[in-house]
Ligand binder design. Structure first.
Ligand SMILES: NC(=O)c1ccc[n+]([C@@H]2O[C@H](COP(=O)([O-])OP(=O)(O)OC[C@H]3O[C@@H](n4cnc5c(N)ncnc54)[C@H](OP(=O)(O)O)[C@@H]3O)[C@@H](O)[C@H]2O)c1
Length: 333
């Protein structure tokens, strides 16, 4: 069978399971798949395209013949085993934080900076999950309007902490419902029915590392060293899917409509939301007018001059139209 020899280092973990699902879903051209994890998992099997594949131990010799190696076994494992994989001729796509901030190693979100991937010298780093979610929207807006400052708040599912943390949330919910005492091992505090505003280690500046990743990675991915950003990252008790709130400030003026035009065309994004009410549209127009580029104000020499300025090239009135009450708008209020 033609195709690539692919390896997944960390195949039994939460990210490993997603790798398997996506490689299958996207019909990745695979002739041979090596599933690697710790000694603990040797003897287990995982399913891929309907077949059971035995898990092997992640060792320095495990990459002979491997062409693409997806790594999700943690940063310390990546630092030890990724060089062995590249030495064996594989291209490593690393999901950990091991190489994200290393100069010369591209940090890539395919929808945002795909060209960077082609500068790799054996390793392509994958950003933090929250950085990806936030930049999928902020990246296209930055290209259009020039991002100056970002304030990000995240609500991160327990899946981001790995398979054992997901199991802990489930156990805590069962124990809580049964009136049993809850065991806390994977997270700094009980996660069931709780939110934890601390993800990863607290830094000297009192931000957590997870919060700093947004700034460090944002600068590198957007090629924007002057980016200003602040983040608050919170773990929430849901199994999957992170949510992010972004407040962005741009160099150029932005209106709701111009932002929507950009987001609607952006790769990998779906824009949801209902049409604003009549009152909301009026308030929006006031905000948009304030955001509109400041015109040079020259005192008109005659009233007719001012009237001319309000007309377009073909003499059309370019003043914002007054909203018309339509059946649809009225029924949506
Ligand atoms: N979860 C996410 O949403 C997410 C997103 C982006 C990046 N990441 C990064 O991806 C990495 C994995 O995350 P995860 O959530 O998948 O963690 P996880 O569920 O805990 O899985 C860890 C995987 O690494 C393997 N592993 C651990 N120690 C090992 C060792 N000493 N030797 C060989 N294999 C070892 C585990 O094998 P065993 O099963 O045999 O222990 C398992 O396959 C982390 O660096 C994480 O920061 C995670």
């Amino acid at each position: 069978m033609s195709g690539l020899h692919v390896a997944i280092a960390g195949a039994t973990g939460a990210v490993g399971a997603e790798f398997l699902r996506l490689l299958e879903k996207r019909s990745y051209p695979i002739a041979k798949l090596s599933l690697l994890a710790s000694k603990r998992s040797v003897g287990k099997t995982l399913r891929f395209r309907g077949e059971k594949i035995a898990v092997e131990e992640l060792t320095l010799d495990a990459f002979a013949g491997v062409e693409h190696a997806f790594f999700s076994a943690g940063a310390s494992q990546s630092k030890v085993f990724a060089p062995a994989a590249t030495a064996a001729g594989a291209v490593v796509i690393d999901n950990s934080s091991a190489f994200r901030y290393v100069d010369g190693i591209p940090l890539v979100i395919p929808e945002i900076n795909p060209d960077d991937a082609f500068t790799h010298k054996g390793v392509i780093a994958n950003p933090n999950c929250t950085t990806i979610v936030a930049l999928m929207a902020a990246g296209p807006l930055h290209r259009a309007f020039g991002l100056r400052r970002a304030v990000m708040s995240s609500y991160q599912a327990i899946s981001g902490a790995g398979a054992q943390a997901m199991a802990e949330l489930e156990r805590q919910v069962h124990d809580w419902a049964a009136g049993r005492p809850l065991q806390v091992k994977q997270q700094p505090k009980q996660i069931a029915f709780n939110v934890i505003p601390r993800i990863d280690a607290v830094q000297d500046n009192f931000y957590t590392k997870e919060e700093m990743k947004f700034l460090w990675e944002g600068k590198k991915i957007l090629h924007h060293p002057a980016l200003l950003a602040t983040a608050t990252c919170v773990r929430v008790p849901v199994f999957r899917s992170h949510a992010v709130s972004l407040n962005l400030e741009f160099e150029k003026p932005v209106t709701r409509q111009t932002a929507l035009d950009v987001l609607n065309k952006a790769a990998g994004l779906q824009v949801h939301g209902r049409r604003p009410t009549r009152k909301g549209r009026r308030a929006q127009r006031r905000t948009d007018r304030r955001a509109a580029p400041a015109r040079e104000v020259t005192p008109p020499s005659a009233p007719s001059f001012a009237r001319k300025r309000m007309r377009g090239a073909r003499g059309r009135d370019v003043r914002p139209e007054r909203p018309r009450r339509t059946g649809v708008a009225a029924s949506r209020r």
